[in-house]
Design a protein around this ligand. Sequence first.
Ligand code: PAN
Ligand code: ZN
Length: 186
Amino acid sequence: MEPFNSYLNFNTGEILANCNIIVRHLSDMKGMYYDLKATQKIINEDDRVIYKVYNIDVPEKYGHLQHCTSIIYPGRVGDEFHMTKGHFHAQEDTAEIYLVLQGTGKLLMQKKDTEVKILDMQSGSISYIPPYWAHRTINTGNTPLIFFAVYPGEAGHNYGIIENKGFCKLIVERNGQIKVIDNPNY
Ligand code: PAN
Ligand code: ZN
């Protein structure tokens, strides 16, 4: 394979290169926000885009490095802030790095024994997600949360565990404050 450049727009998070662009509407995340009524209402109204991922096309193989930007648009479903689906890596012993370009948020991580860690995300923060931690990103601000991620080529994504049970914590707005609460459905 030949070396190559990609070009990132720091303001929008868009990447110009051979990219797969993933667009996640709320209807792609049914059952992931705890307020099912609010979810259905928004899906019926405009089924808004919650986030996009610009994923540079690199072989999903050991030795390569996957790299991409994620853009989570601001907003809430009920009182729960916009977020990604979240996942374990299919190859669980693989780590990841997130570098924030714009916006503010939280990085919610959880191990299989339900140990939880939440890190702040803001422009310039570099978060290290060690092997074995599931990870979800939450936009708690009023502007898009844009971050660049790098992870091993062979990592893959396992969404099933989170789709079935979610994370044990939720990030919500209560009286204008950002709060971490227990997930009532966990
Ligand atoms: C990220 C995520 C991206 C979207 O690139 O894939 O932010 O989140 P979901 O994959 O949970 O929908 C990453 O962690 N890759 O491994
Ligand atoms: Zn990941």
